[in-house]
Design a protein around this ligand. Structure first.
Ligand code: ATP
Length: 136
């Protein structure tokens, strides 16, 4: 059987995942990619989205990532994200509150004090978190 991949997902404030994976899928800026053990090394930036991996026991795992970078080596994948959390750790109420705040900001179109890019990014994070947390 093929070797496992050492997967690490870290943010500036914490190590979110340190696990062995049979396969890792991640939302690359140029599209979703998959990494198996023995893969040719590469680096890519990431979009906001979900990292999926199959752990050692065969269970599928899901982790929200807020952009960042991935480095794939033949035996390991390291992801550095601005923020990240496992599906089971997503606080849906918090994400819904963030969604509402962002929507309100985006609706106040004429307000010069609103940073729309920031509000759009917050909206995107909230939507991804809610979708992932509510996925069965
Ligand atoms: P909020 O406005 O609720 O803080 P945000 O999108 O601005 O949301 P981030 O900057 O992405 O938050 O993350 C800040 C920290 O809070 C990170 O450690 C992240 O993992 C955590 N976090 C943010 N939203 C949630 C959530 N809905 N559930 C669990 N953890 C969250």
């Amino acid at each position: 059987m093929a070797e496992n991949i050492q997967l690490e997902i870290v943010t500036p404030s914490k190590a979110v995942v340190k696990d062995e994976a049979q396969i890792v899928m991640a939302p690359g800026s140029l599209g979703e990619f998959g990494v198996l053990s023995g893969h040719t090394p590469f680096m890519t930036s990431l979009k906001v989205g979900t990292v999926k991996y199959v752990d050692e026991s065969g269970k599928e795992r899901f982790v929200f990532v807020n952009g960042g970078f991935a480095e794939a080596l033949p035996d390991r994948v390291t992801i550095l994200a601005e923020s990240a959390e496992r599906k089971e750790d997503i606080d849906v109420a918090r994400a819904k509150a963030a969604l509402e705040r962002a929507q309100k900001r985006l609706e106040s179109k004429a307000d010069p004090d609103i940073d729309f890019e920031r509000a759009k990014a917050a909206l995107e994070r909230a939507i991804h978190r809610i979708k992932l947390a509510e996925m069965s």
